[in-house]
Design a protein around this ligand. Sequence first.
Ligand SMILES: Cc1ncc(COP(=O)(O)O)c(C=O)c1O
Length: 401
Amino acid sequence: MQIANSMAFLGEESAFEVLAKAKALEAQGVDMIHMEIGEPDFDTPEFIKEAAIKALAEGNTHYTATKGIPEVREVFANYICETRKIPVSKTDIVITPGAKPIIFFSLLATINPGDEVIYPDPGFPTYKSVIEYLGAKAVPLPLREDNAFRFNHEDLWRLANEKTKMIVLNSPQNPTGGVLTEHDLVVISEVAREFDCWVLSDEVYSTIVYDGWRHRSIVGLPGMRERTIIVEGHSKRYAMTGWRLGYGVMPEGLASHVTRLANNAVSCTAAFTQLAGKAAYEGSQDCVADLCREFQERRDLIIAGLNSIDHVSCIKPDGAFYAFANIREFGWTSRDIEMYLLQEANVAALAGTGFGKYGEGYIRFSYACSQETIEKAIERMKTALANLPQLESFRQPYYAS
Ligand SMILES: Cc1ncc(COP(=O)(O)O)c(C=O)c1O
């Protein structure tokens, strides 16, 4: 079978791989706790579902304009105007099935082989995967625990050069829960202007911030509107992961290219999904506040729990719904601990290295599950980790196949 050489560079999210392993164990009767996948366990709010049902009943079951239905884009544009305090018109919005295609299409539309793209490490795996797929150089910007998983400003200045065509940022961040400060954003904007490059600002967790933190977008800083692509979507804030609804906000000149890519790849996003997404923004936002409040309680519970386990420590994340726990003291790799927790504690969580080499020594727990489940997971892990065998004797049965 002949496969394109470029396929060797395209990676995959490890969350889906671990989910498959966890499901296989469940099929054998194991009671598994799922903390691997990044999706809210809440149901999509009723008023959004009702809007979709109404849209279907009214016959919205056909193709739409590739960019999205004009009145839906209008509402999305208004939302961005209000929340990011910048002028945006519907011509700057491209709607896609989920936020992920915006990452893919934006890179496709702006990056040439040999270009350099700076991306956060640990970070959402799609960035590196697509950058390398395009034959560009993926330049990791380390996020370190001692800096609350924010980047070091000198690192960014050192890594940027005239070949840098894009800086990817993600705040609040997956997998660390870190949130960038205003000063961090100013530094990124200075580097972007100095080297005349794009900024891909992944803001899909913008409404999930805690302890009075307010989401800030780089797009409002001087000189950034014309070089920023905001990645937004409904998956996380409205628990709509399965609906596939996301969008990008970008200069109109780029939007036309991203639209052409979407036209060739997906034609358009489902009409009733778009209309449900419009209703989501027009309705009461209590559901977003409720979701955030519940996540904050879960965060406090899981952080206290993780820190009560011997040799595990975890700093308090300011946003998103992930805890990125330090497991270095065990002397095992993240991958071994991931496997051990899956097999021995029946807790599915992700090795930090699934998010890049700077994730070694960490495990990501998605706390998109009930408080009761979090408590159960902590108890199971406490017992399993207290009985950690010799690494080699653990590895033999599990890695042999
Ligand atoms: C940082 C980040 N960006 C983008 C996405 C993709 O979201 P969507 O479901 O809208 O494609 C995710 C999903 O986990 C994410 O964590």
